[in-house]
Design a protein around this ligand. Structure first.
Ligand code: HMH
Length: 232
């Protein structure tokens, strides 16, 4: 039943963009250990990588991702024909609660106040996109596809930094393990199964919308990683 699922078909069809999101140069520089911690830029990297970028911007993102996930939960309780969907989404929300605590802890460690982080333009676009998906009229299969894609890009990116032969700096291992872990991988698998199940039953029009949403997530994730360049 799993083979030839809609999700796998889309990943294959849009492999260039998918790989752009899951193998972004920023992620590759973590994996290859070429992220520069030793030069005079050290403090800047620490600020950009650990502080302002990862902790601050992702903290802002996650604070928007929680209500988005809650809106998917609400749709599951109304539209889903499978009771276990709710439990999967709920476990995702539980890890988001854990994530928020971790961000706060990291911020304290790196002395970055989370209260006055300036929201980056790319992040703002991403948060607006999530907001648009929270509208009640957006179909369950569409929002579920987004949920799957958002979590999976992170999972595939960070698990890549933990694979054999990677030279990920020890300072970044904890962050990589958070999203690259086997447990998070299994969670993404559960999301994929549900997404496939919903998409298989979706009418053509809805399927189109879900595919466009998938592509938009990939673009937004790439733009999110692009923030690590420190550019506009
Ligand atoms: C930008 N995408 C981004 N941040 C995250 N924390 C996740 C995905 C996964 O939770």
């Amino acid at each position: 039943v799993e083979k030839n699922g809609v999700i796998d078909r889309w990943v294959k069809k849009h492999l260039v963009l998918y790989t752009g999101a899951t193998r972004h140069p920023f992620i590759l520089s973590i994996r290859d250990g070429t992220i520069d911690f030793s030069s005079f830029k050290r403090w800047l990297w620490l600020a950009v990588v650990m502080g302002i970028w990862l902790t601050g911007q992702d903290y802002i993102f996650v604070r928007e991702f929680v209500p988005f996930s809650a809106s998917v939960l609400l749709k599951a309780s109304k539209n889903s024909d499978d009771n276990s969907d709710m439990e999967v989404i709920l476990s995702g929300l539980a890890s988001l609660s854990d994530e928020i605590s971790w961000f706060k802890q990291e911020a304290a460690k790196w002395d970055v106040p989370l209260s006055d982080v300036i929201v980056h333009k790319s992040n703002q676009n991403y948060c607006r996109f999530l907001e648009s998906l929270m509208l009640p009229a957006v179909e369950y299969s569409v929002v579920f596809t987004a949920l799957w894609a958002i979590e999976t890009v992170y999972q595939e990116s960070f698990s890549h930094c933990l694979e054999d032969g990677s030279k990920t700096p020890p300072e970044l291992l904890e962050a990589c393990q958070r999203w690259g872990s086997e447990g998070f991988g299994e969670f993404c698998c559960s999301l994929k199964k549900i997404a496939n199940r919903c998409l298989e039953k979706a009418p053509d029009e809805e399927l189109k919308k879900a595919e466009v949403t998938f592509l938009r997530v990939l673009e937004l994730e790439i733009e999110f990683w692009d923030m690590s360049h420190g550019g506009p």
